[in-house]
Design a protein around this ligand. Structure first.
Ligand SMILES: Nc1ncnc2c1ncn2[C@@H]1O[C@H](COP(=O)(O)OP(=O)(O)OP(=O)(O)O)[C@@H](O)[C@H]1O
Ligand SMILES: [Mg+2]
Length: 254
């Protein structure tokens, strides 16, 4: 990161209460050690500011780096260039650099600030759907009975059949698992939400319900960055779009 990047981020989160995320010139290159050290450039120089109440839709062709960018924002992938700052009001500077953060800072930030919904549910064996969905609330200190009530309401809203609530999702259909995943991602009201194709396995009716839930989160002031595979949902939820294009000469051997 350059001195200009530091200066740009320095007071930004103090001066602007609405700013939740600032990404500057983010790039990501994967080195394939198992394949002769070939490297893949997945992102070059992506910049984005996201404020409360905004829903930014990432668009662009398959392979353009949309999921990679989202994973860099969540701290799953470490950006190889640029800077990513996320609001953290527990700090004097009101932000933390996720691209250089220590694991315990990343974990703390995920508990209270950043929520992430991927396309697939990571199924934990033997844990019932209702418990899975209630868990992010319980871990934030909400009383267990309250948490389970709110989880039940959300599962009902997403049309997950009541007979499934006390079962582990391993045997659920793809769409049922996806709805459990969405409920788990949205229940805690994180102020920054990252959504990677959360509706890909859903029918049109349930897709619309998810779009409504996203809209409600936005109205409550959440900042959202999302990837959606269908144009109807994109048009439904976006307040702004960020177009990514596949970097030229993405595969480099050296
Ligand atoms: N873990 C990884 N290791 C190596 N290369 C990766 C890795 N993750 C992503 N890539 C590469 O980065 C590029 C961008 O992939 P990414 O999944 O971000 O695209 P995308 O825009 O989300 O595409 P899609 O719309 O198909 O989901 C691809 O060329 C992909 O092969
Ligand atoms: Mg993707």
């Amino acid at each position: 990161m350059t001195t200009t990047d530091t200066a740009a981020t320095g007071r930004a989160f103090i001066d602007n209460d609405a700013l939740m995320l600032r990404a500057r010139h983010v790039s990501k290159r994967f080195t394939l050690h198992a394949q002769g050290g070939a490297s893949i450039v997945a992102l070059t120089g992506v910049s984005l500011d996201v404020e409360r109440g905004e829903c930014i839709v990432l668009a662009g062709p398959s392979g353009a780096g949309k999921s990679t960018f989202l994973r860099c924002l969540y701290g799953n992938y470490r950006a190889t260039g640029g800077a990513i700052a996320i609001r953290d009001d527990t700090r004097a500077e009101r932000h933390v650099r996720i691209d250089g953060a220590e694991p315990h800072d990343v974990i703390a930030l995920r508990r209270s600030v950043v929520g992430y919904v991927s396309q697939f549910l990571r199924v934990i064996p033997r844990v019932p759907a209702l418990t899975l969905v209630a868990e992010p609330l319980v871990s934030r200190g909400v009383d267990e009975l309250d948490a389970r009530e709110r989880a039940a309401a959300l599962l009902a809203r997403l049309n997950v059949p009541r007979r499934l609530w006390e079962l582990a999702p391993a045997t659920f259909s793809g769409g049922e698992q996806q709805r459990v995943n969405i409920a788990r991602g949205l229940i805690a009201g994180h102020p920054l939400l990252l959504l990677d194709e959360p509706t890909a396995s859903l029918d049109a009716h349930n897709r619309d319900i998810v779009a409504e839930l996203i809209e409600e989160a936005r109205q409550r002031g959440a900042a959202i960055v999302g990837i959606f595979h269908d144009e109807a949902t994109r048009a439904n939820v976006a307040t702004r779009r960020l177009e990514l294009s596949a970097p030229a000469a993405a595969l480099q051997t050296h």
